[in-house]
Every structure is written in C-alpha cells, then in structure tokens.
Ligand binder design. Structure first.
Ligand SMILES: *Cc1c(COP(=O)(O)O)cnc(C)c1O
Length: 393
C-alpha cells in the first residue's frame, strides 16, 4: 500500500478536487504546472536560498535531555518554532509565492482564522512586493487583533467576512468567490494540506523539508537517519505532513498524530476529527470531517486556534483509515500542562498547538532506547494571553 498521493490526486479513497465548475480553470492550471515548476533548477535554487537566508533553515534538531529523562526515552525536538515568523507555516508560503510568480500571478489572496497563515502570507507578499488580500471573519478580526495589526503593517489588506458565523469558513467562502472573479492574475495561497488537489500534495512537498532535514540531522546524532517514532500535532495537518513525509513508506518509523480534543471527545466541544469524523467533503476534498447526521459541518472547538478545524487533510484521513498513523486525542487541559512542562524542563515556550503533540508523552509509554522526534511546530509568544489566563500567572 502507498501512503502518499496517487496520480489521480487521491490518498486511498480520500482527496480529489470537488470544486464548483467556475473554479476549475484556476485549479487545473495549478495542477498541470506545479510538479514541473517545483522541479525547475532555478525554482529549487531560489526556494532553498530563501529557506536558508530568510527563514533560517535548517531548523535545529535538539536533543531534549531533561524531557527525555522525565519520560525515560530519547526525545528530539525539531525546532520549527525558531523559523522566521515563529512556525512552520512560512515554509509553505515561501514555496507558494514562488509558484505564483512562475505562473505569472500579480495578486495573492488567502483566508485566515487565527491569523497565523494570514501573517505568513502577508510576510512573503511583502518580501516579493506582491499585492495581498487576506479574508478573515469579522469575529476573528476582533479576537485576533495583534495578527490583524501584523498583516496591516506588512502591507496586506484585511477584508472582513460578514456572513454566517463570521469565522474561518465564511472567510474561505469569500476567498473562493474572489478567486472565481479574478482567475487570471490571482493565486490563492492555502495554508495547510487541505483543499482540492493539487493543494494537499503541493503543501506537503513544501513542508517535506522538515523530514528531509530530520533524516540528515538524525544521522549525525544517532547514526541512523530514521527514528522509531515521529510525533506531530494535526490541525489541517501541514506540519505533520512535512514531518512524516520522508518516512511515509517506511513502516518501521511509527507515526503519531495529536489532535485537539478540546474539553473532551464527548463534550460537544472538540476538534477530534479522527475520533468523531465521518467521510465527507470540505473545502474541495473528500476527507474525514465532523458533521451532523444530515451532513452539516459541526463547529469545532480547541483552546488552540491553529487546531480548531472540523476536518483533517486527505493524507491524514488515509493515514488514520489505513492504520499507518496512530491518532491520539489531547484535551485543552493535557496540552496546557505539557506546554508549561516544556517551559520549565527545557526553557522553551511552545505554541499551544505544539503543546498538544508534547502531551503524547503523558499518554503513551516509550522504551528507553526509542528515538522519538517531535515536531515543535511553533513558538508560544502568540499564546501568552492564553497561558496567562489559563494558569492565572
Ligand atoms: C497553524 C498551526 C498549526 C496547525 O496547522 P497544521 O497545518 O496542522 O500544521 C500547528 N502549529 C502551529 C504553531 C500553527 O501555527
């Protein structure tokens, strides 16, 4: 069995491109060109150069000694938190802005919920001097004021989505409407391994630099390029896709995905898609998603804004369905505790998303000689208010 995408744009039975007719030319242009463009030597050269000099890659693979002692196993942290803008998202937006340029696009649109993807997109648009429009729910604009300010400082136009619940899905609808109206000059930068084919594959390839580096770095540390386990949190699934990518077909490397259980899987307030989701179509692909009996998408909840998504990308639906990856649900409480623990054992304040991955150590016992790599997807500066309120600091 293959765990990567097939020629038709499917991971097992998940994936594909379920899009309105009006969007077909845009998506088809991208599908026909993305592999060839990414293979061009001058594309690769520019991409690698920016990852190095602008993002600060390779990100370190850090042996976490005190955390390892606490859980009597060997834990390495892949430090995506040290990237420019503080998370892995920049790997993808750099890749897509270069793709957009090669396709002759002069305008970028994106949608954002918590604002992290909006900031990563506004950043690369400033870098390239390309016009940037970010759609964001009116409610989210109020909730995420610092990120709205960052986007504006970076020169982006932030457009409020005022329909429906005025959150992420409404912003997505507005972005799609914009793309349909501006098919020739505009590229739509999607922020995770979601959306119609070829987005999940394209984003996974841009993020695959994470596992490419892990292999090289682990060879130096452990004399073997492959760990026993890779752990990552899953919202849409892009940091996990990048951390898993070069290990997908080697089943000796066990893959663990941490998903947000909010107040608990059965609380009615969670984002635990593998536990609660059923097959359905969201944002143009067939995947697992949380829905009511008659197929209405359930409003997700997590303390972490980046994991607050009612589905997972099709790669992860397949990894779950095939049993290739183990999915572990982590509540707000588990994640917050694990986040604070990393602060105090290693002097690293993690993003609350990444803290969900860290909580796996309190739920699963590893052997003393196991080599466990955890993708520390982002830093916690953006979550300070959340930590302060939660712990009454
Ligand atoms: C956005 C975000 C996530 C979730 O997105 P994925 O596509 O699942 O990786 C995880 N961690 C951080 C720090 C984020 O900003």
């Amino acid at each position: 069995m293959s765990y990567n995408i097939n020629n038709n744009g499917y991971y097992g039975k998940f994936g594909g491109a379920y899009i309105p007719e009006m969007l077909y030319p845009n998506v088809e242009e991208l599908r026909q060109n993305y592999i060839n463009i990414m293979a061009e030597p001058d594309f690769q050269e520019e991409f690698q150069q920016l990852l190095k000099d602008y993002v600060g890659r390779p990100s370190p693979l850090y042996f976490a000694k005190r955390l390892s002692e606490k859980y009597t196993t060997k834990i390495y942290l892949k430090r995506e938190d040290l990237n420019h803008t503080g998370a892995h998202k920049i790997n993808n937006t750099i890749g897509q802005i270069l793709m957009a340029k090669r396709l002759g696009k002069t305008r970028i649109i994106a949608e954002t919920g918590a604002g992290q993807h909006g900031v990563a997109t506004a950043t690369v648009c400033a870098l390239m001097g390309i016009k940037c429009v970010v759609y964001m729910g009116e409610v989210d604009i109020k909730r995420q004021a610092p990120n709205v300010a960052r986007m504006k400082m970076l020169g982006a136009t932030v457009v409020p989505a005022t329909s429906g619940s005025k959150t992420l899905k409404d912003a997505t609808n507005e972005a799609i409407r914009d793309w349909i109206s501006n098919p020739t000059d505009t590229h739509y930068i999607i922020g995770s391994v979601v959306g119609p084919h070829p987005y999940p594959d394209m984003v996974a390839r841009f993020q695959s630099v994470i596992s490419e580096e892990i292999q090289k770095q682990l060879l130096k540390h452990e004399n073997s390029s492959n760990p026993d386990y890779v752990i990552a949190c899953v919202g849409g699934g892009s940091n996990a896709a990048g951390a898993f990518y070069h290990f997908l077909e080697d089943t000796n490397v066990k893959l663990i995905a941490a998903e947000a259980a909010g107040h608990g899987i059965d609380s009615g307030e969670s984002a635990a898609t593998s536990a609660l989701g059923r097959e359905g179509i969201i944002h143009g692909s067939k995947t697992l998603l949380m829905q009511t009996l008659d197929g209405q998408i359930t409003e997700p909840y997590s303390i972490s804004a980046g994991l607050d998504y009612p589905g997972v990308g099709p790669m992860h639906a397949h990894l779950y369905d095939s049993g290739r990856a183990e999915f572990i649900s982590v509540t707000d409480a588990d994640a917050m505790k694990a986040g604070l623990e990393l602060c105090q054992l290693e002097g690293i304040i993690p993003a609350i998303e990444s803290a969900h991955a860290l909580a796996v150590f309190s739920k699963k016992q590893f052997k003393p000689n196991d080599v466990v790599v955890l993708c520390l997807s982002g830093r916690g500066d953006k979550d300070l208010d959340n930590y302060i309120n939660y712990f009454n600091i």
